[in-house]
Design a protein. Structure first.
Length: 82
């Protein structure tokens, strides 16, 4: 049974405080835009690792085969939306 975008979004949101999150995909390959104050001071790779940590076994067991991410702090997101 493949995961839905809503399920993946809920998993990420449960482990990471998100001000904004969008998830799209086909059940195995996903794209996410994630805005979190928890990304403050982190380099992009550390932000991605933080998201992967919220997925735990789902990422290791290939339930989530691929996840492309755009990660932003709230300030970065606000600047991009202006």
């Amino acid at each position: 049974m493949s995961m839905t975008a809503e399920q993946l979004q809920a998993l990420i949101s449960a482990g990471l405080r998100c001000d904004h999150i969008e998830v799209t995909g086909d059940g195995r390959h996903w794209a996410a835009v994630i805005v979190s104050p928890e990304f403050e001071g982190l380099r992009p790779i550390a932000r991605h690792q933080r998201v992967y940590a919220t997925l735990g076994e789902k990422i290791r067991t290939d339930e989530v085969h691929a996840l492309s991410m755009k990660t932003h702090t709230p300030a970065e997101w606000a600047a991009n939306q202006a």
